[in-house]
Design a protein around this ligand. Structure first.
Ligand SMILES: NCc1ccc(-c2ccco2)nc1
Length: 327
């Protein structure tokens, strides 16, 4: 059995939300290949923090005695609580004894997020934060039902896309899929590009980072980022806006990763114009920004992934790997 779930972008493609049924309640979760916990807003939160969200009814649920979770994300947000076992359905696929992490506390960033009802982690289960015993991701729990141990993402700019589980949909991409090996030793979908380019300016330095559907932008080392915006007239690193901004009518340079020897994976400049900073100024916020102090890895987030159909292959032909094709 395979499955497909439709995922829809919030405003400015800030995050993509996908319907998930837990018990008999449907939650809209942020699928995150950069983490490995499935957590939901719950009735253990202060009432005002539950408002506007689907809420997990812990009093009707099967507690995992003695288990708890606490997670800190790269953007500084955090959440924590206790753990239940429940039936979770995504795109027609069912995991009957899925660890569902009920949020009892949320950081301010999540309190301000009026739309997502929680996260569904799709990184490797070694990254799960439940104690005393790590729990398996939804993907690991349904993997044995799938034709192939793969998740394939089609995220789009300003339009619904899909998560395919167990199969690769040839109708969703053009040209060949180019595969690159993944180092899963730190629990992320980590890969290395042999080189990269800003337009025609090829830089023969390798770049290692993670494919992360749960991060909005592309986050790179600050000297690399300043080199990118040196090509964009009127661009400046703005403390006021928290990163590089530029005139909205700027023609942005494409960003290319060179993988698997000589295959180019290119993000068109248009996708690197992330969004206007406000309604009055003509400044726009860049889709490539510097990774913050908390994050010591490069992150190829949604701005990067939107240009590609991406196959997160957990081992259909040996080790884990990522496949990229234009969409
Ligand atoms: N990369 C994981 C992740 C996803 C979402 C969020 C978040 C914070 C506030 C709203 O959403 N933080 C981290």
């Amino acid at each position: 059995l395979n499955g497909t779930a439709v995922t829809s972008p919030e405003a400015n493609d800030l995050e993509y939300l996908t319907p998930v049924t837990i018990g008999n309640v449907t939650f809209h979760l942020d699928f995150d290949t950069g983490s490995a916990d499935l957590w939901v807003y719950s009735d253990e939160l202060p009432t005002d923090e539950q408002t506007g969200h689907a809420v997990y009814a812990t009093t009707d649920s099967k507690l995992l005695p003695g288990s708890s979770w606490e997670i800190l994300y790269g953007d500084g947000s955090s959440a924590g609580g206790d753990v239940f076992a429940d039936t979770v359905v995504v795109g027609g696929l069912t995991a009957t004894m899925q660890a569902v992490e009920a949020a009892a506390t949320l950081s301010a960033e999540f309190e301000r997020d009026a739309h997502s009802d929680g996260l569904l982690g799709l990184a490797f289960s070694t990254l799960n934060m439940v104690k005393p015993q790590k729990q398996s991701t939804f993907f690991d729990n349904v993997k044995s039902q799938l034709d192939l141990p793969v998740i394939a993402t089609s995220l789009k700019h300003g339009a619904p896309g899909t998560y395919d589980f167990g199969f690769i949909d040839e109708n969703k991409y053009t040209g060949p899929l180019t595969y690159v090996d993944v180092d899963s030793s730190r629990g992320y979908w980590t890969f290395t590009a042999d080189a990269y380019a800003f337009g025609d300016d090829q830089i023969s330095t390798s770049l290692t980072g993670i494919a992360d559907t749960g991060t909005t932008l592309i986050l790179l080392p600050s000297d690399t980022v300043s080199r990118y915006y040196a090509n964009v007239s009127g661009a400046q690193d703005s403390p006021l806006h928290g990163g590089y901004v530029f005139p909205c009518d700027s023609k942005l340079t494409p960003f290319t990763l060179v993988v698997a020897g000589n295959h180019s994976v290119t993000v068109p400049g248009e996708l690197i114009n992330y969004a206007p900073v406000g309604s009055v100024s003509n400044l726009c916020f860049g889709g490539i920004q510097a990774a913050s102090g908390l994050v010591d890895i490069n992150i190829f987030g949604d701005v990067f992934l939107k240009s590609q159909y991406v196959v997160f292959d957990a081992g259909s032909q040996g080790g884990p790997r990522l496949g990229f094709a234009n969409q």
